[in-house]
Design a protein around this ligand. Structure first.
Ligand code: NAD
Ligand code: WQD
Length: 341
């Protein structure tokens, strides 16, 4: 049994990963400032698994507080989810994003160094590819970003690479997620965005549950089968299991290794809307509008390296993603604020 520190573990992907770590028999310590989440997610993870989480309400910008966590627990490895993640917001508030995402990471890497903990799995993003030069996207193609959020991911990848060069004792896996959607099959935990969602799936599910009237599809003139945008949607449980695979294989991956976590399959907005409509039992209303500023038409992964290096591949399809996201949304129309039974 290892002790894993999960930063941002109360969040959407973090809470699903904490659940799978507990189910795999690991001890889990969570640091989260609850800036974009609720401790209710961890209470429900404990209820589902019957196990406990060592939760520290703490901002990673508090280095002294972070050092205390490493003093209290013998941390074997870290999964670093904590960060601000909204592309549009990052354009409006660049300093907040650079300060939080870079400052939190620099504090974490410093605290890990001082504690002699040198195994890290980092939440990167397909956003580091920008408008990809080739599709499907492979890890060694050009990296370029078009927004401050993506720039923080690219900078943190660079910091990790430089650290691993300076000290070969580090084992760092940079996981580049594509589009996480879905929820744990229990319907007890899921994505709980603040305000009106900007991402497709949570928006679609709020249309399905009646909180929003219809979906606006940003552009139907893309060079795709039905003219709508294509993405690589990956079930959040598959994503979580990809982190456990990365932790298990990290000792065999010297230095710093970037790996796509995607399905290798592209799905259009209309195809996703029809899959969600099938789950909900009625056609969800939509209209077409012009393209969203900064959007790209097609983005999906080549998932070969994850299979080769981690022995991991996504197994859940679009229907699973829609069914599981719908179960969460319909049982928790107001997310974690929904009054618990
Ligand atoms: P989320 O907002 O649900 O979770 C992030 C968590 O980090 C939240 O609980 C938040 O309170 C916490 N946090 C933020 N700043 C912190 C700080 N300074 N100190 C302590 N806690 C802090 O987001 P998510 O969707 O679970 O994403 C997790 C990670 O995956 C993020 O780094 C994100 O950039 C990355 N990612 C997400 C997506 C996606 O579409 N959801 C795609 C690619 C990459
Ligand atoms: C998906 C598709 C839209 C909403 C973003 C971030 C990325 C990562 C994942 C953090 C696109 C279309 C969407 C809507 C629509 N996050 N759409 N109507 O833009 O691929 O990626 O989230 O790392 O960094 O950029 O995801 O869900 O916003 O859009 O038509 O109301 O759905 O045009 O084709 P995206 P998305």
């Amino acid at each position: 049994m290892s002790t894993i520190l999960v930063t941002g573990g109360a969040g959407y992907i973090g809470s699903h990963t904490v659940l799978e770590l507990l189910n795999a028999g690991q001890r889990v310590v969570v640091v989260d400032n609850l800036d974009n989440s609720s401790a209710e997610s961890l209470r429900r993870v404990e209820r589902i698994t019957g196990k406990t989480v060592d939760f520290h309400l703490l901002d990673l910008l508090d280095r002294a507080g972070l050092d205390l966590v490493f003093k209290r627990h013998q941390i074997d490895a870290v999964i670093h989810f904590a960060g601000l993640k909204a592309v549009g917001e990052s354009v409006q508030q660049p300093l907040r994003y650079y300060h939080n995402n870079l400052g939190a990471t620099l504090n974490l890497l410093g605290a890990m160094t001082d504690a002699g903990c040198k195994t890290l799995v980092f939440s990167s993003s397909a956003t580091v590819y920008g408008d990809p030069e080739r599709i499907p996207i492979v890890e060694d193609q050009a990296l370029r970003t078009t927004n401050p959020y993506g720039a923080t991911k690219l900078m943190i990848e660079g910091i990790c690479r430089d650290l691993a060069i300076a000290d070969p004792a580090w084992r760092i896996v940079l996981l580049r997620y594509f589009n996480p959607v879905g929820a744990h099959i229990s319907g007890e935990i899921g994505e709980d965005p603040r305000g009106v969602p900007s991402n497709l799936m949570p928006y679609l599910m709020q249309v399905a549950v009646g909180k929003l009237p219809k979906l606006t599809i940003f552009g139907n003139d893309w060079p795709t089968e039905d003219g709508t945008g294509v993405r690589d949607y990956i079930h959040v449980v598959d994503l979580a299991l990809g982190h456990l695979a990365a932790l298990a294989k990290a000792p065999t991956l010297p230095g710093c290794t970037a790996i796509n976590l995607g399905t290798g399959t592209g799905t259009s907005v209309l195809a996703m809307l029809h899959a969600a409509s099938r789950m909900v039992g009625r056609l969800l209303l939509y209209l077409f509008s012009q393209r969203r500023a900064g959007d790209i038409g097609i983005c999906y992964s080549d998932a070969t390296r994850a299979k080769q290096l981690l022995g991991w591949a996504a197994t859940r399809g679009i229907d699973d993603m829609c069914a599981d996201h719908w179960r969460w949304q319909s049982r928790n129309p107001d997310g974690y604020a929904t009054s618990t039974r």
